[in-house]
Design a protein around this ligand. Structure first.
Ligand code: GSH
Length: 240
């Protein structure tokens, strides 16, 4: 059994989708990141970086007791290696899959996160920051659009954890007023195709299994919620 420490965001959805795709049994443990659930010492022993998602595998293939994994990219690789699925066996295609996975976790993910922060959460509008990050997201989207014009999936002809890493970010398109169908037809084709996979449908709706309070959308943040999410001294915020 795997514990999935979860909050309803694209990073955590990557993992619920991967677990549903490979049909590994798991238990969702909900966190309200706006209320600071991620800052406990107990969670720090699972993820020293105090962010979601994280997993604890109570039955790792290598034995030796429960194994915790943090960082969504590392979790996706762990699930793929544990099950022998969602990564091409062919070494060349496998390398391509890992490149696109890394591109998401090191590029599109953080840049998209910064863009969303300055567009949606910053207490003051900083034109320079908004422009810098939205432009970079636009550039990365062009890169993705070109790749999906050359291949059915990120790794080539095989669906993989690279697709799972990128697909849940669709929500950010709305935040940045991106019209996928009109602006990025190849991404739109790929997005619509993956959306129909039964594992993806189950994975993106997995959050229904956690209590309602974790799903509330915060329209305007209180000072305490802002500090829990963007406080200047995150390590100082850890409750020991
Ligand atoms: N690089 C990390 C990013 C994790 C991350 O930023 N998680 C967010 C939710 S999507 C979080 O836990 N935010 C709470 C906080 O920053 O305190 C990953 O890919 O797992």
């Amino acid at each position: 059994m795997i514990d999935l420490h979860f909050t309803p965001t694209p990073n955590a959805q990557k993992v619920s989708i991967a677990l549903e795709e490979v049909e590994l049994p798991y238990r969702l443990i909900g966190y309200d990141i706006f209320e600071g659930d991620q800052h406990t010492a107990e969670f720090g022993r699972i993820n020293p970086n105090h962010k979601l998602p994280a997993i604890v595998d109570h039955d790792p293939a290598f034995g030796g007791g429960p194994h915790a994994v943090f960082e969504s990219g590392a979790i996706l690789q762990y699930i793929a290696e544990k099950t022998g699925r969602l990564l091409p066996r062919d070494p060349r295609q496998r390398s391509v899959a890992i490149q696109w996975l890394t591109w998401q976790v090191a590029g599109l993910g953080p840049m998209g996160g910064q863009a969303a922060h300055f567009v949606r959460y910053a207490p003051v509008t900083l034109d320079y920051a908004v422009e810098r990050y939205t432009k970079e997201v636009g550039r990365l989207m062009e890169v993705l659009e070109r790749r999906l014009g050359q291949a059915e999936y990120l790794a080539g002809d095989e669906y993989s954890i690279a697709d799972i890493a990128i697909w849940p970010g669709r929500a950010a398109a709305g935040t940045m007023s991106i019209d996928l169908q009109a602006q990025y037809p190849n991404i739109y084709r790929w997005f619509a195709q993956i959306a129909q996979r039964p594992g993806v449908i189950r994975g993106r709706t997995a959050e229904r299994a956690i209590p309602e309070k974790y799903l509330q959308k915060k329209a305007a943040l209180t000072e305490a919620q802002r500090s829990n999410m963007f406080g200047e001294t995150m390590l100082g915020a850890v409750r020991l």
